[in-house]
Design a protein around this ligand. Structure first.
Ligand SMILES: Cc1cc2nc3c(=O)[nH]c(=O)nc-3n(C[C@H](O)[C@H](O)[C@H](O)COP(=O)(O)OP(=O)(O)OC[C@H]3O[C@@H](n4cnc5c(N)ncnc54)[C@H](O)[C@@H]3O)c2cc1C
Length: 408
């Protein structure tokens, strides 16, 4: 290797959440770190996250909120770098935040503040960043790697792959991390869009198209046994199907061909409540139901069952009320697909964790190689869990990286 070439203890591929965080921690430990990213802008996914306010962690993070073919893999890293650790860092940078829903923490002002935090941490560690800079090839050599980049070749003792998942290709997502994993003999768990709206055949969906925009709290379930998912969250009707937090959550568990099981009125036995309401009420069925569901949905649902919305409640037969209650409590509907990578928030699947060391994210196939963040087969629920995985996996790796002269 010519002596004039730059030399780093670690090169990190990907200047997103995991890559920048890992770089800052490793740099502040005294390591010479270079981060490269092909996107012209820094950390675009952080910028657009949480509706522009970045849901940067979830106070209540446990391994139970993550999907993986190897569900215990995430435990070690999550236990050693916790939401409280990241919250302390956010506080130390003077960033205001608030809890929105179920432990989800958002910036008061802007996701840009989290990007600035990461940049400041990198600067404090003397991290070099080359961007836009693409990676052409990686070769394992004695004592490390040779990395060919669009800015020239670099040599490093360790290579950290933090290139993220496949969602939103237009802001820079690629499969380079999966390709590098395969190059070094790793298996990749098949990938699929997750936290994504679900779509339905036009013929099935036609009656629901006029409901676009309606939302309501529901219970959603899919799958069975270990692969089952169940959430109590809001559902949103769209022109092509279903979205909203509940549907995004259940989409991570949904398998093609499987139905979703929806309870549109999870509050109790609706048929029983309607039967009891018959006494002393002349209100029309449609009005009574519109007190429980969005008006447009109540109307569409009665039309779907062939029930007359204008009929006074006492005149509706008990068996029709039962049919109505049952249909609301158990609506089975089978999506024909998802809105795909364009709309997915994350990638399910990724680098198979069974060949990574859960304590530090190191490859067990190639010395000096690490995989962190979303490129790994660990996928969080909606609600700040994916960033917490990015921070925790990055911290675990950063603590394990070594100065080149101490290796071997
Ligand atoms: C719309 C949206 C909103 C989201 N909101 C939230 C939220 O509020 N809370 C939450 O926890 N999670 C959220 N997520 C998920 C979260 O953004 C990701 O899980 C997280 O960014 C993953 O971090 P990462 O560092 O692994 O990957 P990324 O942050 O995606 O970073 C990967 C980096 O690698 C670079 N890269 C990719 N390919 C190459 C290549 N060939 N050469 C060089 N560089 C490359 C990319 O340009 C990118 O900068 C959201 C995702 C989306 C899409």
């Amino acid at each position: 290797m010519p002596a004039a070439l730059p030399d780093f203890d670690a090169v990190i591929l990907g200047a997103g959440a995991a890559g920048l965080f890992c770089a800052g921690v490793a740099g502040q430990r005294g390591l010479r770190v270079l981060v490269i990213d092909h996107a012209p802008k820094l950390a675009e996914k952080i910028r657009i996250s949480g509706g522009g306010r970045c849901n940067f962690t979830n106070r209540d993070t446990t391994p139970a909120q993550f999907l993986s073919n190897n569900p215990h893999f995430c435990r070690s890293a999550l236990a050693r770098y916790t939401p409280a650790d990241f919250i302390a860092l956010v506080r130390s940078h003077g960033i205001g935040f608030h809890e929105k829903h179920k432990g989800q923490l958002f910036c008061d002002d802007s996701a840009e503040q989290i990007i600035q935090l990461l940049v400041a941490e990198c600067d404090a560690g003397g991290v070099q960043r080359w961007q836009p800079c693409s990676l052409a090839a990686v070769r394992a050599v004695a004592g490390g790697f040779e990395v060919d980049t669009s800015a020239g070749p670099v040599r490093c003792a360790q290579l950290v792959v933090a290139s993220g998942g496949l969602s939103i290709p237009k802001i820079g997502a690629t499969d380079i991390g999966h390709r590098l994993a395969r190059q070094f003999g790793h298996a990749v768990v098949p990938t699929r869009p997750a936290l994504v709206p679900l779509t339905f055949d036009a013929s099935i969906w036609a009656p629901f198209v006029p409901l676009a925009g309606a939302s309501l709290p529901v219970q959603l379930a899919t799958g069975s046994g270990q692969a089952a998912g169940r959430f109590d969250e809001d559902l949103l009707f769209t022109h092509r199907g279903l979205s909203g937090p509940g549907v995004l959550q259940i989409s991570s568990y949904w398998q093609p061909g499987e139905p979703l099981r929806l309870n549109l009125l999870p509050g109790g036995d609706i048929a029983d409540q309607l039967r009891q309401a018959k006494a002393g009420s002349r209100r029309q069925l449609g009005n009574v139901l519109a007190g429980l569901l969005p008006q447009r949905l109540a109307d569409a649902w009665l039309a779907r069952l062939g029930l007359d919305a204008s009929r006074p409640l006492p005149e509706v037969r008990d068996k029709d009320l039962q049919r109505l209650g049952d249909s609301l409590a158990r609506w089975d509907i089978t999506p024909n697909g998802t809105e795909g990578w364009r709309k997915a928030e994350v990638t399910a699947g990724g680098v198979d964790t069974r060949e990574l060391d859960s304590r530090n994210m190191a490859s067990q196939r190639q010395s000096g190689l690490f995989f962190i963040g979303e490129v790994v087969d660990v996928t969080g629920w909606l609600g700040g869990y994916n960033f917490q995985w990015a921070w925790a996996s990055a911290a675990a790796c950063a603590q394990a990286l070594q100065a080149a002269e101490t290796i071997g």
